[in-house]
Design a protein around this ligand. Structure first.
Ligand SMILES: [Zn+2]
Length: 544
């Protein structure tokens, strides 16, 4: 998922500034660590420190939460030495420097496209045309090897374009028990009514089974937690080899759990943070939560997440009631796609909200001037405006003042923008107030904004802060948040008020969405539909 991304696509991590930036602004891209500091001892066979502590490079133990918190507590600084990620332009994701070997590339190569949809076929049967009109066998398209001279056979391979793509579901051919499919994936085998069948939850755990988690697993599977039919609760353990205690795995299998493969080499992400700690800290929450309150665990690549589910929070927000919730104070709809005023979605123009995050300074002012040069206007002739979610560090407030003067909206994006992403998920109400109301005070004072127009905020790294964030927003009189993202839907979602329940699932494995009523608007971010032009993102330097 996108949740772990530290740098938006196209940006590089500046290890000195500890922030993402344009490549030509980052001149330390070949440095792995600030000042080549000692590494912490995180992945030792036996833990060096007691629970919730981790070892510095010199084996002293400090609290785990002091790692990567922006302050060096280890004498050798090693607690802050393994925190920076780099952007992998090929993989379109952030990774540790030694995993990224294309650090000097700024753009993904633009490859030629195959000629698949020509009016008359160019090639004989079972052959298709490369971008240069040469014909190669159809099965060589999207096979992972470039056979066209221009590489175009591998350049258009998503599920809508791969010439060898799988057929759509055919329930006539595909029958239980050998096969099951449905067009949207939600049909129930045997055509049962989803309302009438019990929810099934698959409990899974990833990575090494060893001293760091065996006790926890014993606690979870202590025989007290049973299925409605009285049978004991079982799980699937996806076991990776390194650090695994196989006699413990044998015991798990003996007790009826399923064992499954999760690789020998344990291609870790991120490599220097041990899975066992990541995993156990999240799973830890489970032991304190009744099974009935447990949310379906989702695998996020390296840890499981359990949180308060909007369907189970006893104080959850009510479902949308359009009788009570009326424009302009309130707007909601059950699935989020209704249009205010009951207008027909087909008949209203598409609205696009343009937003920019982080510091405004010499690194981007010219770009903003270029974008907002007055040439780009709305269909009604009014100039194009944007919202700038401004973080404090490195911000030039006279530039912010100028943006505001020119009609753009200024909003809060925190003071510290701390790169400890989990901080934002679990920050207290006071922390949120310090960061966001504090940021607003600074903006208003330094950029001399006196019209009370700083009313919105966005959490760093798009980490939704749950009920704490939104409680703070009410207390501090923020009007809207723009951190929540929604899965791809057609039509996309409208902004909604969080007095009523969110009209879509909490999107993103690591997100902590609000469950309760808050008098706050959500300017929800809809996922960009890339299917019309899969190459669209190549020219986009940032993420929406
Ligand atoms: Zn940011």
């Amino acid at each position: 998922g996108l949740q772990a991304i530290r740098c938006p696509p196209g940006l590089y991590f500046d290890i000195e500034a500890q922030t993402c930036n344009w490549k030509d602004q980052v001149n330390n891209c070949n440095k792995k660590n600030k000042d080549r500091r000692a590494k912490p001892l995180l992945a030792t066979e036996e833990p060096i420190c007691q629970e919730d502590y981790l070892a510095c490079g010199d084996t002293t133990c400090i609290p785990r939460k002091q790692f990567c918190d922006g302050t060096e507590q280890c004498a050798d600084g090693s607690d802050e030495a393994s925190c920076g990620l780099y952007f992998d332009i090929e993989a379109q994701t952030c990774n540790w420097k030694d995993q990224v070997n294309n650090c000097n590339k700024k753009n993904k190569d633009r490859r030629a496209k195959p000629l698949l949809a020509t009016e008359e076929p160019i090639c004989q049967e079972d052959y298709l045309a490369c971008g240069d009109t040469t014909c190669i066998p159809r099965k060589q398209f999207c096979d992972g090897t470039e056979q066209c001279a221009d590489g175009s056979d591998e350049a258009s391979c998503d599920i809508n374009n791969d010439p060898n793509r799988a057929p759509v579901c055919n329930p006539e051919i595909c029958t239980i028990p050998e096969c099951f499919c449905s067009l949207d994936g939600t049909a129930v085998p045997g055509n049962l009514d989803p309302q009438k069948i019990p929810q099934m939850v698959t409990l899974t755990f990833d990575d090494a089974v060893n001293v760091a988690n065996i006790e926890l697993y014993n606690e979870i599977f202590n025989g007290q937690r049973v299925n409605p039919n009285g049978c004991g609760m079982k799980a699937t353990f996806f076991v990776s080899h390194k650090y695994t205690n196989y006699s413990a795995v044998q015991d798990m299998h003996r007790r009826g759990h399923e064992i499954a493969s999760h690789s020998i080499t344990r291609i870790t992400w991120p490599v220097e943070i041990p899975h066992v700690f990541q995993g156990s800290s999240s799973v830890m929450a489970l032991s304190n939560v009744l099974m009935a309150q447990m949310r379906l665990p989702v695998v996020s690549g390296f840890c499981l997440h359990f949180g308060m589910d909007i369907n189970n929070d006893p104080n959850r927000a009510p479902v949308c009631n359009p009788e009570i919730c009326t424009i302009p104070e309130c707007f909601c709809s059950l699935d989020g796609t209704a249009v205010p005023g009951n207008l027909d979605p087909q008949k209203i123009p598409q609205m696009v909200t343009l937003t920019f995050d982080d510091a405004v300074n010499v690194a981007n002012i010219e770009l903003y001037n270029e974008i907002f040069n007055g040439q780009r206007v709305n269909p009604n002739g009014c100039g194009m405006k944007a919202t700038f979610f401004v973080s404090h560090k490195y911000t030039n407030y006279s530039a912010v003042q100028d943006m505001h003067r020119r009609g753009h909206e200024i909003a809060s994006h925190s003071i510290t923008h701390t790169n400890n992403e989990t901080f934002w998920s679990h920050a207290s109400i006071d922390d949120w107030a310090r960061e966001m109301a504090g940021s607003r005070i600074i903006i208003e004072k330094f950029a001399n904004i006196t019209d009370n127009s700083v009313v919105g905020l966005r959490a760093p790294y798009l980490r939704v802060g749950g009920n704490n964030q939104f409680t703070m927003m009410e207390e501090q009189a923020f009007l809207y948040d723009s951190t929540v993202t929604a899965p791809l839907t057609n039509p996309p979602l409208w902004p909604y008020t969080l007095y009523f329940r969110m009209p879509h699932a909490c999107y993103g494995n690591l997100q902590n969405c609000p469950t309760r009523s808050h008098a706050v608007w959500e300017m929800v971010m809809n996922e960009l539909d890339m299917r019309e032009d899969p190459t669209f993102d190549e020219s986009l330097p940032g993420q929406f």
